[in-house]
Design a protein around this ligand. Sequence first.
Ligand SMILES: NC(=O)c1ccc[n+]([C@@H]2O[C@H](COP(=O)([O-])OP(=O)(O)OC[C@H]3O[C@@H](n4cnc5c(N)ncnc54)[C@H](OP(=O)(O)O)[C@@H]3O)[C@@H](O)[C@H]2O)c1
Length: 222
Amino acid sequence: MADRIAEKRVGVLGTGEVGRRLASGFRGRRHEVTIGSRDPEKPELREWLAAEGAGIQAGTFAEAAAAGELVVLAVLGDAAEEVIADAGRDSFAGKVVIDAMNPLDFSAGFPPKLSISGEDSLGERVQRALPHAKVVKAFNIIGNPYFVDPNFSEGQPTMLIAGNDAGAKRTVTDLLADFGWSDIVDIGGIEGSRELEAICIVWVKIGGLRGAWDHGFKLLVG
Ligand SMILES: NC(=O)c1ccc[n+]([C@@H]2O[C@H](COP(=O)([O-])OP(=O)(O)OC[C@H]3O[C@@H](n4cnc5c(N)ncnc54)[C@H](OP(=O)(O)O)[C@@H]3O)[C@@H](O)[C@H]2O)c1
């Protein structure tokens, strides 16, 4: 476990299971968290903020992005570019941005396909949309209940990350360690999102076959 990292202001864009889980994880480690939504007053969000989300502030996507020294993108993959535009690109400049999203296309049913594939990925699109931010793909290959303290009966899975900025990846590695991850592998530049987003499809397929979602992937070496 890494030494506890300095408290940060964190903006989490997204109020689904992923946004809430990550917001709680950061808050539980004493970071100052603002969670962003199209409608920060919506009753289900207000109920969560009054209970499990106590101590977390809520705002618009723009307010959450502006509030964070570090920003997490955790919205519906196909809405990501619109959310970034709504939030205002300048609010991300110079910041570490964690992209936890997957571009999933359920139009032909289950299992989903990638809505972006081939020589592109959502991670790369996010980095192109935010040329002055340091985007790191992380958390997208595991179910949200395991984002924090990812302990399985057979040990810990591997967290794979990708991004262009080495310093940003060190920051995210430290944050992951603080969330309880001991096996973190950096697969290179943000173009690695192509493979990481494809791994999500494999993860979902296996979940469908198993009828359960308590699985993760482990890199074994040697
Ligand atoms: N579920 C998992 O365990 C898991 C694990 C790893 C990665 N992921 C990825 O993480 C992301 C978030 O997943 P999720 O399960 O939390 O829920 P989700 O339903 O994919 O996303 C919910 C969030 O997206 C926003 N959103 C939805 N449609 C929108 C639109 N048309 N325009 C603007 N914003 C929109 C919602 O905004 P409002 O707040 O305004 O409603 C909400 O904040 C996805 O990309 C998913 O693939 C999921």
